[in-house]
Design a protein around this ligand. Structure first.
Ligand SMILES: Cc1ncc(COP(=O)(O)O)c(C=O)c1O
Length: 270
């Protein structure tokens, strides 16, 4: 077993060095052997990938459709994503220039943060939040501005967004909205999204909209912020939760072409 040379110990990326291992994964590993528990650790649907998806993948492998694809994903896949966004939420994204297929939504989030943020930028993250976001802000050298939503029904209210923007000033580059949210499951009503959009529109900032759970709403329709702020929104989504395909690693970014062109350079390293 190789042991790192003593003079190389600690000689790694300094920002990565400030980040600990994934707490969710550590906790999941620790409790997974406990019998008869309902695990609420990883966001894992309690069903399997639908048969028609599995059959299509088997057919594709057998047809040797297993070579390098286009950098942003095959055009057929990007057309399917574009068609889905149109059909499900009436969103318009050009499959040629405005969509990148990614290695799960995890890569979509990572590529978004790393292609958007510079050292000194501030990112607003309503908490409690999915743990992946925090280390990425650190790795990008940006500053994390957490807004506790626990007293507001786990929703970032327009008033609290306005207040934090006033306090933090123009260095705020983006606000992250994850809804339905992990870990709370809370969905944002359309009126709240409209009111948040009114605040965001007044500031020179992006919205990173992680809508990976948009198909898992109960009794309400999901309302994407990309519908009203397409020029500022980087939309993140994927098939992990909607199609019980967590192990397949299929996600995507949909955003204005200028943003996706830059994010594609980040995506090139996956
Ligand atoms: C809010 C949120 N975003 C992104 C992801 C990552 O999804 P994927 O498994 O497609 O990488 C998860 C996974 O749990 C999540 O909960």
């Amino acid at each position: 077993m190789p042991k790192l040379a003593s003079e190389l110990s600690g000689q790694v990326n300094e920002r990565l060095n400030q980040v600990g291992p994934s707490g969710i994964r550590e906790f999941d590993l620790r409790i997974s052997s406990v019998p008869d528990i309902i695990k609420l650790t990883l966001g894992e649907p309690d069903m399997n990938t639908p048969e028609h998806v599995k059959e299509a993948a088997i057919k594709s492998i057998q047809a040797n459709d297993s070579h390098y694809s286009a950098q942003k994903g095959t055009i057929e896949l990007r057309r399917a994503i574009s068609g889905y966004l149109k059909k499900s939420q009436n969103l318009d994204y050009d499959p040629e220039t405005e969509i990148i297929a990614t290695v799960g939504a995890t890569e979509a989030v990572t590529a978004t943060f790393l292609s958007m943020l510079n050292p000194g930028d501030k990112v607003i993250i309503p908490t409690p939040a999915f743990a992946l976001y925090f280390p990425l802000v650190t790795i990008a050298g940006a500053e994390l501005i957490m807004v506790d939503t626990s007293k507001d029904g786990f929703i970032l209210t327009p008033e609290s967004l306005e207040a934090v923007l006033k306090k933090e000033g123009p260095a705020v580059k983006a606000v992250l909205l994850n809804y339905p949210g992990n870990p709370t499951g809370v969905e944002y009503p359309e009126e709240t999204i409209e009111a948040l959009a009114d605040v965001i529109r007044e500031h020179h900032m992006y919205v990173i909209a992680d809508e990976i759970y948009c198909e898992l709403t109960y009794g309400v329709d999901h309302f994407s912020i990309a519908k009203i702020l397409p020029e500022r929104t980087v939309l993140i989504n994927g098939l992990s939760k909607s199609h019980a395909m967590t192990g397949w690693r299929m996600g995507y970014i949909a955003a204005p072409a200028e943003f996706t062109a830059n994010a594609t350079k980040m995506h090139a390293s996956w």
